[in-house]
Design a protein around this ligand. Structure first.
Ligand SMILES: [Zn+2]
Length: 96
């Protein structure tokens, strides 16, 4: 079981979250383990590096969002289009 929903994953959202996993079920909000999505290793690594670079301050908010938007397409393709993927962008107007 990947999350609290009884049905297979219908949609997930991708979000930069310094605390937890960058992917979560859109319905119940359960954070998902990237490993459980059975993604190609190269995509797994890209997502991991994206979150690591953001956490260490190597990416501007805009760069992080640009990458997030492209990752959605790669995730969508890797999941055979059976699971909708949404990216929840960081607010580019907030300077941390
Ligand atoms: Zn769920």
């Amino acid at each position: 079981m990947k999350c609290l929903c009884e049905t297979p994953l219908e949609s997930i959202h991708l979000q930069l979250d310094e605390e937890g996993s960058p992917v979560a079920c859109s319905h119940c909000g359960t954070e998902l383990d990237l490993e459980e999505l059975s993604l190609p290793p190269s995509l797994n690594r890209t997502i991991y590096e994206w979150t690591a670079q953001f956490s260490s301050g190597e990416l501007t908010t805009k760069e992080a969002n640009d990458t997030g938007h492209t990752l959605v397409y790669r995730l969508q393709a890797a999941l055979d289009g059976q699971t909708l993927v949404f990216y929840i962008p960081l607010d580019e107007n907030i300077n941390i």
